[in-house]
Design a binder for this molecule. Structure first.
Ligand SMILES: [Zn+2]
Length: 235
């Protein structure tokens, strides 16, 4: 039994409707959740997992592809309720996820705040407050580029820095499938670089995007946008 299961979590913030797509890796031994949504999203994640006929108490790991609040916002609540879950992230991201270093996104948002036009300053301040309210969680297991985890018959860690410095993606099924996190985003059927204006290193982000999209993978799971497939796969 080896299953790669995409969760679909629709939500609205005010008038904005959006969807995130965390991924579950299931095998006989492990149930691994890759990214876990915004602050307050634990019930949505639990419901989405239950809807797939799975039990959250069987979760063994949660992987955080990177430190952004839409990926780790619900991590603290998840770890409180399911303390058996091992938190996995890159060595580079771990200090930000565990709170020993200040979130780089918050540093960026605070720097941008000073440059924002007057009418956007309130929004900017609220965003900074939101980032400060993300509760941090110790990382139990650090992984790095090239590591092969014994999940779903072999899950290879791919370093995809740029969006954040320690961003990770994962290659499964001998490279035919990639879970990209935010290394690639699917928009209107096309793969694109995630929010280039917010990439902490845009050149790196572009290289990481190429690494993923030119890898020959037939399926790429994007946290924002969902599943991209090669035309042969879609038939
Ligand atoms: Zn994201």
């Amino acid at each position: 039994m080896k299953n790669i299961i995409m969760l679909e979590i629709p939500f609205s913030f005010g008038e904005v409707n959006d969807v995130i797509y965390p991924v579950l890796l299931q095998d006989e031994k492990n149930l691994v959740l890759i990214d876990c949504g915004y602050i307050g999203f634990l019930p949505l994640i639990e419901q989405a997992i239950e809807d797939k006929g799975l039990d959250c108490h069987r979760l063994t790991h949660v992987v955080i592809t990177h430190q952004d609040h839409d990926h780790m916002g619900a991590l603290w609540a998840l770890k409180q309720k399911y303390p058996q879950v091992q938190v996995v992230a890159s060595e580079v991201e771990a200090p930000y996820i565990s709170g020993t270093e200040k979130s780089l996104r918050l540093v960026q948002a605070e720097q941008m705040q000073e440059l924002l036009p007057e009418e956007q300053k309130e929004f900017g301040l609220k965003f900074c407050e939101l980032l400060r309210s993300v509760k941090t969680v110790p990382v139990d297991c650090c992984v790095k580029d090239g590591d092969v985890l014994d999940w779903c018959g072999g899950c290879k860690v791919i370093a995809t820095p740029g969006h954040t410095p320690g961003h990770l993606s994962f290659s499964l099924e001998e490279g035919r499938t990639i879970v990209a996190g935010d290394a690639a985003v699917l928009e209107n059927g096309r793969l694109i670089v995630a929010n280039p204006q917010f990439a902490l290193d845009l050149e790196q982000a572009k290289q990481s995007f190429q690494k993923i999209t030119e890898s020959g993978a037939q399926k790429i799971y994007c946290y924002h946008g969902g599943l991209w497939q090669t035309p042969e796969e879609t038939k």
